[in-house]
Design a protein around this ligand. Sequence first.
Ligand code: MIG
Length: 834
Amino acid sequence: MRFVAAIVLLLAAGGSLASTVAAPAVDTTPRIEHRRDGVEVHRGAVSLRVTALTDHVLRVRIARDGAFAEDASWAVPAQVRRAHVAVEAAADGFSTTALRVRVDPRTLRMRVEDGQGRTISADAARPFDADGRAFTLRKQLPQAEHIFGLGDKTGGSLDRRGQSYVDWNTDAYGFSSATDPIYKSIPFFIGVGGTGGSYGILLDNTWRSWFDFGHREADTLAFGAPDGPIDYYLIAGPSTAEVVRRYTDLTGKAPLPPKWAFGYQQSRYSYMSADEVRQVAARLRADKFPADVIWLDIDFQDRNRPFTINRQAFPDMPGLVRDLRGEGIKLVAITDLHIASAPGEGYAPYDSGTAADAFVHNPDGSVYVAPVWPGPSVFPDFTEASVRDWWGTLYRPFVADGIAGFWNDMNEPAVFDTPTKTMPLDTVHRIASDDFARRTASHTEIHNVYGMQNTRATYDGLRKLRPDERPFVMTRASYAGGQRYAVTWTGDNASSWDQLKLSVHQLINLGLSGFAYSAADVGGFTGGPSAELLTRWFEIATFTPVFRDHAAKDTPRAEPWVDGPEHLAIRRRFVEERYRLLPYFYALADENARLGDPVMRPVFYDYPDAISASCDQSMAFTLGRQLLVAPPPTPESPQAYDVCLPAGGWYDYWTGLAVDGASVDGASQPIQSASQATNEKRSSSLVVKETPRLDKLPVFVRAGSILPRQPLVQSTAQTPTGALQIDVYPGADCRGQLYADDGHSMAYRKQGFLRQVLRCTVTADGVRIDFAAREGQFKPWWKQLAVTIHGWDGAGYAMAGGHRVEGVADSAARTLRFTVADQPRAATVEAVHR
Ligand code: MIG
């Protein structure tokens, strides 16, 4: 009887049977212990430690039996975890300069508020349960809150609210919008729309974690894992951008990629021979289809063995690389992690790996062998630093051949002929890395970070082999922080309209999860796209971070020309536009490398009110702050649709004319000329009606933008000729950024770059452009700036450096154009009405 009463009491106190059974018979009075950087709360055997890493980032750890889990992480580097700030103690918790943290020691409930007492995040009535090694954490999910992030998880919408997910990296061939789990585990999500602003939570647990965003209980956010550390970070905003930036402070920024990563990339499973690769390259050039990369999928190898080459099909790899380089095209080659188990055959990766004891073991101490593409295969133990070093050396011959980038596929890891599609859970990994204790770990613990450590080995290896080149690595599986090593793509999607839409959600959520560089197979991997689907996919991919056309074996060809000249012409027009926009893309890459802002964003990232816009925004996204891309929300439908343009005013990207929200059928009407425009925010949002047309994709430019563009090139390897184009779209907080460097080396880390902020202001006589002083010492390709002022009426001229430059006015386009010398120093150029 007494026993039952005790359980009831414990449950009422917010604990659970399992978590409290082990409670020692010592002092069990719940209490708060103040620390310099936070608090530790003790309730029976359970301890809750809240540490302020910064004024906006808290780390929360729970020890269920007196001892905290090992303080080590694959996601958050040691020096970041060690950061802490002094806090101000309060009876019920503490505060930082930005946050107020309250903890109830009887229930372990925590509430985090901003300085004004608004709730950022509050625990639910039962904040913590343990069941054996498993645990559940619960927080309140207010009605107004939306959930984003978690990488490229599926689901019917961008918003993850109402859904539940499992993190378990899975080879999900032909996945649908209902498939879960898929390839990656990024246990980080963002709550948007609550009273205290946006916040993020990273559950740094590599086990098979799960997340329930109001699926089981509408007002509860629950997450947990079957084992592993109870260790999460709570990141305050209040803006979504601040949350994402702080998340990338924690888990790392994606390094600046080589510029060619932004070029058009042509792939297929597989181009079967060097001749076929040459034909594809020749066709791209004959069709004047700008392109930078051709991909080599597994058939370039000898018997599917990684780090080999089929010498019948590819007799002279350096020769192929050289010839393609002449066309401005680079090669990316696949290098899967499964190494053929081929003892005594002279297969170097197997031999050297065996000599180094580099492969994952069975519990009985033998090497784990399982079938994948090469047949029986062994699997590098990437959680050992020495094994990663060994793996990195395998790239030496390919690097010597001049292969530019590498593709890490199948690294969930995928295993054939087993219902689990992966290794047995008791397979033994060795950890000898970072500040982890040297120990073994079961596959259950390592599974979700295996692919990430594979890419880490690849990235670090390439840094050593080519110290002055930026690595380009593309991965299928990863974990939180994996953006430090590789770009990613969404795996084996299908050729359907539904998946085109899903891909937009996936890429946006990847960007919010630290992975700014992401791709979906354009056209879809399985099935084969219709001409219309492939064309629409090209149009949308034009404005996404990484643009790779890829298709499965046994599907119809999906290169840009396969559907005849009309479709080819539309696809080319869009890809050409991407190449013109390269200076803008590249400035976004610089911004991402420094701050963590995604390249492709949800509209609410820069325009928070868009979270509650009345339009169906399920396909809308922004590319940086300046461009808003608005594909049809039902991408296959001819139905007219509304686009909600956030307050502030917008221009039509294609016509350059200001948008009048009252216009119908997408016929953009100018509303204000620059002379009428003010520097005030246009207060109301606009609704524009668009009627889908296959050759058109609505794109809008924020009023208050300066957009850099360049003359068309066929490859990023080609130096543009002519002036850098500067399009000025007057409006509030008008700015733009130039960024340039050599596009491929590490020199940008030592002054070999150019960064310049431009601002514009509408004046009584016209428009003034202020060039800030340039940072860095890189000498750009352009000598002149071809400036176009949009929203301009009447004649005009420009004043630059005390000189008067005649302008060319176009009354239909409402522009004033003029060309001035490059402005490397702080300077003002003024467009003046005449
Ligand atoms: O088992 O390398 O997702 O992009 O073309 C399939 C062949 C292995 C899966 C990748 C896909 C690639 C394919 N790979």
